[in-house]
Design a protein around this ligand. Structure first.
Ligand SMILES: [Ca+2]
Length: 147
């Protein structure tokens, strides 16, 4: 009896490993502001959006803001792979990243700012010298090859 249960469990685990997650099409709005988590490398504000992605799934994320210079990351399980983008083009400071997932797992889309509060610290008591947060929109799409 115990053996049968283990066999059934193994079969359901194998099935789970083969089935791929559903495509994703999300549109988020958010704000980078005081109290947010800080990106470890430069202490800039960040918001994380975890998504479940199957092997071969293509993630396309785009972050836009009229209020600050955006920076966008897609990070895989165990921080590998890691794709990032500052500016879509030389005259567009919004961000776009595309990544095809090599393995199934939880990927994190990280909405981030180019500048940290300390980057923008004025000398003395003046206004900040750059903008390190504000409102943004984020689209996240995951698609799979046909078949
Ligand atoms: Ca940028």
């Amino acid at each position: 009896m115990k053996q049968h249960l283990l066999t059934a469990l193994a079969a359901s685990l194998a099935l789970g490993a083969c089935s791929k997650p559903e495509p994703i099409d999300r549109n988020e709005t958010g704000t980078l502001a005081d109290g947010d988590a800080l990106f470890p490398a430069d202490q800039s504000y960040m918001d994380e959006y975890p998504i479940e992605v199957g092997a071969g799934g293509t993630i396309v994320a785009e972050m836009r803001s009229d209020e600050f210079d955006t920076y966008l990351h897609i990070v895989g399980p165990g921080n590998d792979p890691h794709e990032q983008n500052d500016d879509i083009s030389s005259d567009d400071t919004n961000s776009r990243v595309e990544l095809t997932a090599p393995t199934r797992g939880t990927y994190r889309v990280i909405a981030n700012a180019l500048y940290s509060p300390s980057d923008c610290q004025a000398e003395g008591s003046g206004e900040p010298t750059c903008t390190f947060g504000g409102n943004y929109t984020l689209s996240i799409k995951v698609t799979y090859p046909e078949g």
